[in-house]
Ligand binder design. Structure first.
Ligand code: R5P
Length: 317
């Protein structure tokens, strides 16, 4: 693939493996940078490549430790701006803090907006992200945002499995639109679970609209954090007579009791993407399949660099 020396990709420590896979797809080397710490823990980043007048991309998932990775991204952006990069794109496969995107009670922050402001102020000219929890988070940025979705790779995987008698289940109302796009791609029927969130770590699936009895289920979500949502929904559809249950989610956070819950839930397969590296614990449990978004991200970066359409990516596949 022909890409000129103008394109530079750097990686934070949030997901270096994915950044390397993106560079492999693009057939370019990963940009060199040295990351050190002062004695008090402050980070200093020195970019080793000449970036003056170049089109630079920083790949950083702001996954755990979230604050650490976020600050590292901000320092990278500042560093590239001061080194006279021509254009800087923050590539954020997993955007931490996105779920606090509105004030649903008094005296709480809107962290998604705060982080959008920080990324812009630090020097990003554009953002490339995957499944930002709510599509309207794009509007929190006053710079262009290219918003990709893990549903491209996940739905292709489920389509190849040729699951018969299929119903796509949305585990809550918020995911309805995504579930209906899955149904369009996979050709199944649609059902939706009414979920009540009891606390940050507990969700109760209360009712299902749609038919799941005797059906094979693909349940899709943007994120599995504590797995409360997905496990409670899986139990409910199983109780209502579902056959096999497959779970597809873009971001595998797997926090708190997630792995224990998943082990106990009536789930036949869990599939996530590599926007977040799996923790050792999640790897050890051996039941989680990971699909890569590297070629989708690489293709988007190539198109942004060449000023070509990124939205075409959604129809090309
Ligand atoms: C909710 O709006 C999201 O789409 C996810 O369903 C939710 O964030 C998953 O969180 P948990 O796994 O902790 O239930």
């Amino acid at each position: 693939m022909f890409l000129n020396d103008n394109l530079k990709i750097f990686s934070g420590s949030g997901n270096a493996e994915l950044a390397r896979a993106v560079c492999k797809y693009l057939e370019i080397p990963l940009g060199g940078a040295e990351v050190e710490r002062f004695a008090d823990g402050e980070k200093v980043i020195r970019v080793e490549d000449d970036v003056r007048g170049r089109d630079c991309f920083v790949v950083q998932s702001t996954c755990r430790p979230v604050d650490e990775h976020l600050v590292e991204l901000l320092i990278y952006l500042d560093c590239l701006r001061r080194a006279s990069a021509k254009r800087i794109t923050a590539v954020v496969p997993y955007f931490g803090y996105a779920r606090q995107d509105r004030k649903d009670e008094g005296r709480v922050p809107i962290t998604a907006k705060l982080v959008a402001n920080l990324i812009t102020t630090a020097g990003a000219d554009r953002v490339l992200a995957i499944d930002l929890h709510a599509a309207q988070v794009q509007g929190f940025f006053d710079i262009p945002v290219d918003h990709l979705s893990g549903e491209l790779v996940l739905s292709r995987y489920f389509r190849d499995k040729k699951i018969g008698n299929l119903t796509i289940v949305s585990p809550d109302v918020g995911n309805m639109k995504i579930a209906s796009r899955y149904a369009d791609r996979l050709g199944g029927e649609l059902a939706i679970v009414h979920k009540k969130r009891v606390s940050g770590t507990e969700a109760i699936a209360q009712e299902i609209i749609g038919d799941v009895k005797g059906r094979n289920i693909v349940m899709c979500d943007d994120i599995i954090a504590t797995a409360g949502t997905i496990c409670s929904a899986a139990k409910l559809v199983k109780d209502r007579g579902a056959e096999k249950i497959y779970i597809g989610a873009t971001h595998g956070v797997f926090a708190g009791q997630a792995l224990e819950r998943l082990k106990e839930a009536p789930i036949d397969e869990i599939v996530v993407t590599d926007t977040i590296p799996l923790t050792q614990e999640a790897r050890d449990c051996g039941d989680i399949k990971v699909l890569t978004v590297s070629s989708m991200l690489g293709e988007a970066i190539k198109r942004i660099h060449r000023n070509e359409s990124v939205s075409n990516l959604f129809t090309d596949h």
